[in-house]
Write a protein that binds this ligand. Structure first.
Ligand SMILES: NC(=O)N[C@@H](CC(=O)O)C(=O)O
Length: 425
């Protein structure tokens, strides 16, 4: 196994030092290291972070390999600085059996670019009617611990209660797509001034907040772990703040796009801005940013949602919701939070790794730890060109925007997946 010596690199914002990677682990950290057999990476001006971990990625395989595959999505993840991603269950067939989650897990291993941790569906076929085989998925080779019907809300309160109770046996977690379906029938965008002006049916904030309020109460009642996917409103932040103050076992994520983009993007009628939950208002963005800083929101998760051209380049009403995220998330975090490296490491690596139970991930580079890390050039700026992305899809909302930061290298267990800003395989 080739050794790598990264010289003069700042580890999570600390004073520059050298970092030697050998045999899959961080072998040594300190100034003036020498390793004649190692490939030298000049880390001057660069920052090393524990490899990023995404709790919310859509890889589309099996079923929509035209939009993304486990391999193409893994490559996009590595290029974005990720070493582990949780693959959502809304595939075709749905990942609601041990067979499907094992298939996704094996495809991830074969691609070998990031650790792909399958998420299992909560209900059979995401239909919200009866529980999927949660125990069999947990016992499978994929060792599923996070279950989610993401894309659909587990709207039935009794089913949600049963799911929360069931996963307690193996310290599992239910990740809820919080959307009261009766309140969002026909919805196209955030319900507010802009939707009124455009004449599009609105998705009110309360449709999210009502489900989060219900679910924190259910989680409290049964003592289980709840995770809230893609929180998007100021009201949701308040519900979460109160629940956390009471000690409810709830964690929450926010996406990069909900930290940056507002519902005014819909004025373009460009469906690249159509997403679930929808882009909200500047006030929501302000509340989400401060919740991220103070810990009411635990994690930045991408909700990377690749879609084929025919599903996006059409009329707004017919377009599928969702946008790419893996290759731009770190840049958006840097843009929104500034060079707050410890906070970025916490929200994008350490905490998501802990929530997902991914040992060996989310650990700062130090002697003896698995070499799962990413190296960033914070001074670089790059203009996003959809055609240059590694994803099979092109639906980035940041096309032709110039963003800060560039991933220079990513290592998975000591093997580079990205070097000199390019995917290694
Ligand atoms: N976030 C999205 O807008 N889309 C997701 C599913 C979903 O959460 O609706 C997708 O799978 O495309």
């Amino acid at each position: 196994m080739t050794a790598y010596l990264i010289t003069s690199v700042s580890i999570v914002g600390a004073a520059p030092t050298d970092l030697l990677i050998r045999d899959g682990v961080v072998a040594e950290v300190g100034p003036g290291l020498s390793a004649p057999d190692a490939v030298v990476v000049d880390g001057t001006g660069l920052v090393a972070l524990p490899g990023l971990v995404d709790l919310h990625t859509h890889l589309r395989e099996p079923g929509r390999e035209d939009a993304e595959t486990v391999e193409s999505g893994s490559r996009a993840a590595a290029l974005g600085g990720y070493t582990a991603v949780c693959a959502m269950a809304n595939t075709s067939p749905v990942a609601d059996t041990a067979g499907v989650v094992e298939q996704v897990w094996r495809l991830g291993r074969e691609a070998g670019l990031v650790d792909v941790q399958p998420v299992g569906a909560v209900t059979v076929g995401l239909a919200g009617e009866r529980l999927a085989e949660l125990g069999a998925m947990a016992d499978s080779a994929a060792r599923v611990r996070i279950f989610s019907d993401d894309g659909h809300c587990v709207a039935d309160p009794l089913l949600m209660r049963r799911a929360l109770e069931y996963v307690k046996a193996f310290d599992g977690i239910i990740a809820q797509h919080a959307e009261e379906p009766r309140l969002t029938e026909g919805a196209q965008m955030h319900e507010g001034e802009v939707s009124t002006r455009l004449g599009l049916i609105g998705w009110p904030a309360v449709a999210e907040e009502a489900i989060i309020a219900r679910d924190v109460l259910l989680a409290e009642h049964v003592g289980s772990r709840l995770h809230v996917c893609h929180v998007s409103t100021a009201g949701s932040v308040e519900v979460l703040r109160q629940a956390k103050a009471r000690g409810v076992r709830v964690t929450a994520e926010v996406t990069p796009h909900h930290l940056l983009l507002t519902d005014e993007r819909a004025e373009t009628y460009d469906p690249v801005f159509k997403v679930n939950p929808p882009l909200r208002t500047a006030d929501d963005i302000a509340a989400l940013r401060s919740a991220l800083a103070d810990g009411v929101i635990d994690v930045i998760a991408t909700d990377h949602a690749p879609h084929a051209v025919e599903d996006k380049e059409c009329e707004w009403a017919y377009a599928r919701p969702g946008m790419l995220g893996l290759e731009t998330a770190l840049s958006i975090a840097l843009d929104v939070l500034g060079p707050e490296w410890d906070l970025i490491a916490e929200r994008m690596s350490r905490t998501p790794a802990r929530i997902a139970g991914l040992t060996g991930h989310g650990v700062d580079p130090a002697p003896g730890v698995p070499a799962n890390l990413t190296v960033i050039d914070p001074a670089a700026r790059r203009t996003i060109e959809p055609a240059e992305l590694a994803s099979r899809s092109r639906n980035t909302p940041y096309a032709r925007m110039t963003l800060p930061g560039r991933i220079v290298a990513t290592f998975l267990r000591g093997e580079p997946t990205v070097l000199d800003g390019k995917a290694v395989k």
